[in-house]
Design a binder for this molecule. Structure first.
Ligand SMILES: Nc1ncnc2c1ncn2[C@@H]1O[C@H](COP(=O)(O)OP(=O)(O)OP(=O)(O)O)[C@@H](O)[C@H]1O
Ligand SMILES: [Mg+2]
Length: 267
């Protein structure tokens, strides 16, 4: 991938098309802590949104709600303009949403192919697969290897156990899962926070690559240069409220930081 920023490559937008994902008035409290107070967010087809804000601003709470892991106290979520209820991560999957957390839901003792197809194993053809539920390991490994190759994720073998992978390669497994299952929206909560420089670069390239295939992405990151490099728009949360939405091509790190800290108020 070129190192040129994606910010100038605004995805083409047909104005009559509703956002692929739309949330309105999302509120959530934990006891007396108001984590979110009436937050709106839109994600358009093919777009990367950077979701930023100080510690405790409500970013993770918002994406847990968008991925079905938490129920909001109030608010509405729409997919392609249709109101939906996300009662569980399975509902989110069924609506094409995949979430990649920093501490990934991978099973360390299992190999790459097994993790990739976890819960959606490929069965042997015929009776052995249908009735015996026997897993077609060879097919899973072959398909997994093809996906890894097309996404330029480098690993030694699909039989490699996930606990022997680097952090960047583990992120690769989780991202590949969203591609394998044809998700349209990937939400990533600080995918590079625990990674070294080189691995971060690999994950950044992977994000660009899946976006080039049409995947819309919400990226939470504290790394401002990374957010400016990857996103088309930046949504800033501050103390549970939306403090502003910035077009990446028209802003810079300094302004984003001013909005995060409340030194600049935009609407
Ligand atoms: N399960 C919970 N129980 C109680 N309070 C919670 C819970 N989850 C989040 N909070 C509180 O809600 C607020 C928002 O937290 P959240 O994790 O969404 O912030 P964040 O923007 O992701 O922060 P960070 O950048 O540190 O990850 C914080 O005050 C946090 O302490
Ligand atoms: Mg968080």
């Amino acid at each position: 991938m070129s190192t040129e920023s994606l910010a100038n490559a605004e995805p083409e937008r047909v104005t009559s098309t509703p956002p692929i994902l739309e949330a309105r008035g999302i509120s959530k409290s934990f006891g007396t802590v108001r984590a979110l107070a009436g937050v709106d967010i839109d994600l358009f087809e093919g777009e990367i949104i950077g979701l930023v804000g100080d510690n405790g601003a409500g970013k993770s709470t918002l994406i847990k709600i968008l991925s079905g892991a938490l129920l909001p106290d109030a608010g509405e979520i729409r997919i392609d303009g249709r109101p939906i209820r996300l009662n569980s991560p399975l509902d989110a999957h069924a609506n094409g949403i995949e979430t990649v957390y920093q501490d990934l839901a991978v099973v360390p003792q299992m190999d790459i192919a097994e993790n990739l197809y976890l819960g959606r194993e490929v069965r042997l053809p015929g009776v052995a697969g249908k009735i015996g539920r026997i897993i077609h390991r060879r097919a899973m490994r072959r398909q997994a290897a093809e996906h890894f190759e097309s996404l330029h994720i480098k690993v030694k073998s699909m039989r490699q156990r996930v606990d022997t992978l680097s952090g960047g390669q583990r992120q690769g497994v989780a991202v590949a899962r969203s591609v394998v299952f044809g998700r349209r929206i990937v939400i990533m909560d600080e995918p590079t926070a625990a990674l070294g420089v080189q691995e971060t670069q690999q994950v950044v390239e992977l994000i660009g690559r899946i976006n080039a295939r049409g995947m819309a992405i919400i990226l939470i990151s504290h790394n401002m240069p990374q957010v400016l490099h990857l996103s088309h728009r930046i949504v800033v949360l501050r103390a549970g409220r939306r403090a502003g939405v910035l077009k990446t091509a028209e802003t810079d790190v300094e302004q984003v930081v001013r909005v995060i800290t409340g030194a600049e108020i935009i609407h």
